[in-house]
Write a protein that binds this ligand. Structure first.
Ligand SMILES: Cc1cc2nc3c(=O)[nH]c(=O)nc-3n(C[C@H](O)[C@H](O)[C@H](O)COP(=O)(O)O)c2cc1C
Length: 148
């Protein structure tokens, strides 16, 4: 069974909600998902022991990566081969360049093969479909990568 780690940073719960929606969709596809909430005091997981790695974050300041996120990345200590990125943000903090900028930067940092999923605040409602569609893209991408 494919194993996938979702590490996410969430302060007020939006990114957590996205992570949980992604988790449900992956589980429907028989993927073994482990959830890790960054900054909650749990030991850093062994990222290398999973088939794939997903990371999610909110954006802070003016397009800034939250400090706990940077700390987590440093503690992991290496860049996994296959990283999928999602984030939540709020367009009222600036234009498209600032919206979910932390997720955009993370995707570039990890050379993610897919565009990062960007969700405005809570994913509940019409954005749930965006989460489902993106998760299906991840599953398809992962399956294609394994065939090659
Ligand atoms: C002080 C502050 C600064 C923020 N700056 C940005 C920003 O630059 N870009 C953005 O997209 N969202 C920004 N946000 C919005 C949060 O990223 C957004 O509310 C996010 O969904 C929070 O995630 P969480 O509920 O998982 O903690 C900011 C929020 C706060 C409170």
């Amino acid at each position: 069974m494919v194993s996938l780690l979702i590490a996410y940073l969430s302060w007020s719960g939006n990114t957590k909600e996205v992570a949980e929606l992604i988790e449900s969709r992956l589980q429907e596809a028989s993927i073994d998902v482990t959830m890790y909430r960054i900054g909650a005091g749990e030991p850093i997981p062994d990222v290398a022991s999973y088939d794939a790695f997903m990371i999610g974050t909110f954006t802070w300041g003016k397009g800034v990566n939250p400090p706990q996120l940077k700390k987590f990345i440093a503690a992991v200590g290496f860049k996994p081969e296959l990283v999928y990125v999602f984030g939540t943000g709020d367009t009222q903090f600036g234009g498209d360049a600032l919206f979910c900028a932390a997720a955009t930067k993370l995707a570039a940092f990890y050379h993610s093969p897919l565009r990062p999923l960007r969700i405005e605040q809570s994913p509940r409602g019409h954005q749930e479909q965006l989460v489902i569609d993106w998760t299906d893209e991840v599953i398809e991408h992962y399956n294609q990568t394994m065939i090659q």
